[in-house]
Write a protein that binds this ligand. Structure first.
Ligand SMILES: Cc1ncc(COP(=O)(O)O)c(C=O)c1O
Length: 396
């Protein structure tokens, strides 16, 4: 009964691991969950109060497809501030999470016959959405370059069929923040070849000094015409389950996305729109500062503990809330007589025997790494990584 397209679809592996960890916990096993892609904290009171007011204020009707005007105005001001380039309301759309914005971007920006370059490792959803749009993902390996983009290697991947590139900085799963020089050069390539750049900056507020996040439009303002900017309230604002994201792009792209959204979701949840409007208030800024500061400390704890586990190696992450250690030297060793042959098997064993959930690198196009999220309480980070160290020590 299923179409070929539906059969080719795979579920998100990151959600898979998260669900398995939750199931084990529900069965009474104490699992440290390093697999989540979100913070384990409540949304700010400002946002919750706004949602309550929206419920009591009978915000029960459909809204404009891409959101209420006040919210789009607020988002336009935010993007204008981030890019240093004026964005109008007509160049902004609110979506049910950045994931929906990214899907819409892929759907209206890429099509059959197009090639879309994606640095690898990549966030699990990018290639799947490109395929759903009928286009072909082309991967640019970055592991040998500390997960930074080698712009010459990128230039070599460009063919007459190349339609776009998807950039994500700060990066999931590696935690790196792309260097300014590389971004500038990439912008020149995009302009020279008339490509579309999808620029996902869902973790833009979560950057740890001395690293600085650079928006590609801010660096090269001509890029506004060729960029689809994507942002999210899931991470920084602890609103993952609310589903709040946005897209900023030239008006024809936003219009096409509005058409798509009008036939799929109609509009993002009305109540969430009012809650997100409150998230944008200056009064909510201290919440974001607190989250960033807390993650900075957790990152230091997690990094120190992982760096002490030989023979793992880990590129120092400067953004988001992930470590992406290279675990390849654990492969071909044995745990209680069982040979470890893949990162998937390693993740299974860690869940079963060390009671820690990590996401195998295979979900992100790597057979040598695992992803560890440190957006969990420090005691859990310590307990979980000590357990990882004991597991590694016990290998033959
Ligand atoms: C790089 C990246 N982009 C987009 C998203 C999706 O965010 P949202 O929850 O807003 O859909 C995520 C979530 O993990 C992400 O890591």
């Amino acid at each position: 009964m299923l179409t070929e397209r539906a059969r080719a679809l795979t579920g998100s592996q990151t959600s898979g691991m998260r669900n398995r960890a939750r199931k084990l916990s529900a069965a009474g096993v104490k699992v440290v969950n390093f697999a989540a892609g979100e913070l384990d904290q409540d949304t700010s009171q400002i946002v919750k109060d706004a949602a309550h007011r929206a419920i009591d204020g009978a915000r029960n009707q459909y809204t404009d497809t891409l959101g209420i005007k006040e919210l789009r105005e607020g988002l336009a001001a935010r993007v204008t501030r981030k890019t240093g380039v004026e964005y109008a309301v007509e160049e902004i759309g609110f979506t049910a999470g950045a994931k929906q914005a990214l899907f819409a971007a892929a759907f209206v920006g890429f099509g059959p016959g197009d090639e879309v370059i994606i640095p690898a490792p990549y966030w699990v959803t990018f290639p799947e959405q490109v395929r759903l749009a009928g286009a072909t993902p082309v991967f640019l390996p970055t592991a040998e370059n500390d997960f930074q983009i080698d712009v010459e290697a990128l230039a070599q991947l460009i063919t007459p069929r190349t339609r776009g590139i998807i950039l994500n900085t700060p990066h999931n799963p590696t935690g790196v923040v792309y260097h300014t020089g590389a971004l500038e050069k990439i912008a020149r390539l995009v302009l020279q070849h008339n490509l579309t750049c999808v620029f996902d900056e869902c973790y833009d507020e979560l950057v740890y000094a001395p690293a600085v996040h650079q928006n590609i439009v801010k660096l090269v303002p001509e890029m506004k015409a060729r960029t689809i900017l994507i942002g999210s309230f899931s991470k920084t604002y602890c609103m993952a389950g609310w589903r709040a994201g946005y897209v900023a792009a030239p008006q024809p792209i936003i219009k096409a996305i509005a058409n798509l959204q009008s036939h799929t979701a109609s509009n993002p949840c009305n109540l969430v729109q009012y809650a997100t409007l409150a998230a944008l208030e200056p009064g909510n800024d201290p919440f974001v500062t607190r989250i960033r500061e807390q993650l900075r400390r957790q990152r230091e704890t997690a990094l120190q503990l992982v760096q002490a586990i030989a023979p793992l190696t880990c590129v120092v992450p400067t953004g988001a809330f992930y470590l992406f250690p290279d675990v390849s030297r654990l492969l071909n060793r044995s745990f209680k007589g069982e040979l470890l042959t893949s990162v998937d098997q390693l993740a299974e064993m860690l869940l079963e025997h060390a009671h820690i959930a990590v996401v195998p690198g295979s979900a992100f196009g790597s057979d040598r790494h695992v992803r560890i999220s440190y957006a969990i309480p420090t005691e859990q980070i310590t307990t979980g990584l000590q357990s990882l160290a004991r597991f590694v020590q016990s290998l033959d």
